[in-house]
Design a protein around this ligand. Sequence first.
Ligand code: FEO
Ligand code: CA
Ligand code: CA
Ligand code: CA
Length: 586
Amino acid sequence: STGARGTGELIEFTEVPVSSADTLVVPEGYVAQVLIPWGTPLSTSGPAWKKDASNTAEEQAVQIGMHHDGMKYFPLKSGASGSSKGLLVLNHEYVDPIMLTPDGATPMTPEKVAKGLAAHGVTVIEIREKKGVWAPADSEYNRRITGTTPVTFSGPVGPDHPALAANNPPMGTLNNCANGFTPWNTYLTCEENWNGTFGTTSTTWTPSATERRYGITAAGFNYNWHLVDPRFDVAVNPKELNRFGWVVEIDPFDPESTPVKRTALGRIKHESATFTEGSQGRAVIYTGDDENGDYFYKFVGSDSWRQLRQQRKSPLDHGTLYVAKFANDGSGTWVPLVFGQGALTAANGWTDQADVLLRTREAADAVGATKLDRPEWVTVHPETGEVYVTLTNGTQGATTGPDSPNPRPNNIYGHILRISEAGGDNGALTFEWDIAFFAGDPGYLPEGALVPPGQTLFGSPDGLYFDRDGRLWIETDISNSSQNLASRKYDRIGNNALLAADPATGVVRRFLTGPRGSEITGITQTPDSCNLFVNIQHPGETTTAWGTPTPANPRVVSNWPDFDPAGRPRPATVVIRKKDGGKIGT
Ligand code: FEO
Ligand code: CA
Ligand code: CA
Ligand code: CA
């Protein structure tokens, strides 16, 4: 294979069909291996997985967490052997309380909160390949970062900022969805749906304007941790909220290092922290805010990231956060979120830059940013520098109109936006945009309009990743209230999938289909492009498409990957190789 763009040969595998089966399917000529499912001990002497989910909180803290998400492979050696020995760093987005313990969500207990906190966060684990088979290794690097790991804050909202002062030292990262990484070999984890972790039973509590803007409610997402742990009671500990919604930097090569919340990147429901280099060597980080009607952001460093590091300064602490404003003529501008500039003045109630960052969403509202259909993952083309963003689904088009970046009034299927920065500089302040791909089923109108005839069916694009040759990998997250259901116009699209696309030709091909109820997320490769890692999140999550779960099997429309009748489904990483040892996608 040539790997060239525009030749039609970039994507050569034979696509897999739509699936509604409880299996993982990859193309002919490929093999998939399950690696590190939830509950796998971090060392061979660690506590073994118990299939009735009776592992304690203490055991969970030294096992692989739940609901694998964003992920990055860091080679441990240079050259060819770096593709058979590396650190896999991955997020654990949330816990399903029904799956986490033998008796499920009720009653809530301190032990269940502790286990939930231990199942969130990040895993660092060394993995090695021998004769085509990968396995975790006992390693000094192996580590879990959870909801109780000590953390610190850097940038304009420093560790001693009064908004953060609460009853305990700052700890933990939660709701770790998409991710990023830096050229100085650190991992970036993004805190997304943290608002749902909090709640209160106080009858006198009402949310502040900021809390309302971030979706804080008395019920939260019904985790009910606040019933037994005041840390998560918003009436008792409102400042704890300010400790979440950040991008967190982790050094996987220093197991003693403290994760740092990089506040200059803003406080939102972060999806992706995608690094690229702008002019003068400046760090540029793109990040979405996954909410229907929220915004797309980028951070641009003040100076060359190499220079800042030589001065022992973090390139992520020094720079400007911008939010995107899209014009319907295909142009756009990046608007700075800087105290004292534009609408963000003292006269308008803003106190300083920390205030702007703590209330990033309100600052973006104030400068008139463009509301989008749930901006999720971001990836940058390896040659052109063009930026691709998934808009997973939403309803903004009903107000922004057909020429806007949300052209569908009822966008149940999603699309992928493309941004070309002025002069090819990712640090530029103006851009042009278009829509690279529309997802959906053109057999259902009006929702399926704008999909090219004959395009491979997919819906709700979420994870997004350019490989080194410019293949665009698209991971889908059709919610379980829609998956496989005709009533939601999703019956012909099947289970969630991984697809490969060629932006130059518009070719899209389905590469992998997941087991029932699962989402496909997290994606990374070895440097030789011969091992592709993806995550299978929430297999078996309840959906009405396959009937009613039973008391013995509370979520079980799936039993992947163990297929143990007495067990339960387990989120896991899957590593995919080509039988002939070639590059993935060829
Ligand atoms: Fe965790 Fe926006 O998906
Ligand atoms: Ca996601
Ligand atoms: Ca999603
Ligand atoms: Ca998810």
